[in-house]
Design a protein around this ligand. Structure first.
Ligand code: UFG
Length: 338
């Protein structure tokens, strides 16, 4: 039979792209989501959805009961670095306690494979320009710490309970499925690419550039943007890989090329054909100057090969979604909902 997968956070940005990709590959999918950020309109019709929270073990147990999941993909977490500094309790509760509850439910149901969303934020302020998985991990905010803690919890669960896992340290996820209908819409939106496009659409007065005094070629932060479908593709590969590999493993996911904020802007102006207004603003707390991935491990061990590795292609896919009248409104309506 086809693999049966529970996708926690399947209504979110990366989770919804994952759900679509799993279905395209004929996998059976059940979504677990509390809809605190996710969008119902991001889910395909007819999909099984369990509305629940990882902090509620009873609902989790119900989600697993009798379903025989082969693996869990866990995307359900809080992701705002700034918010994690002011509300660390929220981050540790959702990202650590919630994930522990999920592991308990997996063990109770004899499900022993997990793909976990980690982050480049585990590296803190990097000491080298190209970051491999072995780079020291010194997160500088509670968000990064909550993710690093879970990586360690997963190592211990591999040893003690035989739970197999792959943790992906995403660099900057961006873009949208080129076939349409899915895209990035957070509330409030803090990410660069959607904010640039909202400024291009006139839905923001301007793009605020946070910090122009970094030690980079134009003074703005350098990031490694990676297409959301390429991230999902790595998750698909991880499922097969775990069949032959026990233990807990971590992989970076990035393209290995860094772009400054001004370079992203320039690329977005080229893609949109619009002049995008900007304002310079002070540095944002918790931002590292440069984050660029060495992702050779994912390429070598998982055979991962990004298909939309260039920044123009990534922005083009996001722009198609952001500007499409039939999709943009859903995101905006949903964003106003809360
Ligand atoms: N930025 C702006 N203006 C904006 C939004 C962002 O100048 O309106 C800047 C940020 O200061 C940063 C860069 O653009 O220098 C990218 O910012 P994002 O918020 O898009 O992404 P981050 O690099 O801060 O965060 C991403 C993930 C986090 C993760 C982090 C490190 O969203 O979950 O990478 O891995 F923690």
């Amino acid at each position: 039979r086809q693999p049966r997968i529970l996708v926690c956070g399947g209504a979110g940005y990366i989770g919804s792209h994952m759900v679509r990709m799993l279905l395209r590959h004929g996998h059976e999918v059940v979504v677990f989501d509390n809809f605190s950020q996710g969008h119902r309109a991001a889910l395909p019709s007819g999909i099984q959805v369990i509305e629940g929270d990882l902090l509620d073990p009873a609902t989790l147990a119900r989600a697993f009961a009798g379903r025989g999941f082969d693996a869990v993909y866990h995307f359900a977490a809080l992701i705002s670095v700034g918010e994690s500094v002011t509300a660390p309790d929220l981050y540790y509760r959702n990202n650590v306690v919630g994930a522990l509850n999920l592991l308990d439910a997996m063990r109770a149901a004899d499900c022993d494979r997990l793909v976990f969303s980690s982050t480049a934020a585990v590296y803190g302020n990097p000491v080298s320009d190209l970051i491999a998985e072995t780079h020291p991990q010194n997160p500088i905010n509670p968000y990064g710490r909550s993710k690093l803690m879970m990586e360690q919890v997963l190592e211990d669960h591999a040893r003690a309970h035989g739970i197999r896992s792959v943790s992906f340290r995403y660099f900057n996820a961006a873009g949208a499925d080129p076939s349409g209908g899915l895209g990035e819409a957070h509330d409030p939106e803090t990410h660069l690419v959607p904010n640039v496009l909202l400024a291009a659409l006139g839905e923001r007065p301007a793009l605020d550039i946070f910090g122009t005094d970094y030690d980079t070629r134009d003074g703005t932060c350098i990031r490694d943007y990676v297409h959301v479908n390429d991230i999902a593709r790595a998750h698909l590969a991880a499922l097969d890989w775990m069949a032959g590999n026990d233990g807990a493993h971590v992989f970076n996911l990035g393209n290995g090329t860094g772009f400054t904020i001004r370079e992203v802007l320039e690329a977005a102006e080229a893609v949109t054909g619009r002049k995008i207004p900007v304002r310079t603003a002070p540095r944002r707390a918790g931002d590292a100057g440069i984050l660029v991935a060495d992702s050779r491990k994912a390429r070598d061990l998982l055979g991962w090969q990004p298909r939309i590795p260039d920044i123009a292609g990534i922005i083009e896919s996001a722009w198609a979604w952001h500007r499409a009248p039939q999709y943009g409104p859903f995101a905006r309506a949903e964003a106003r909902r809360a």
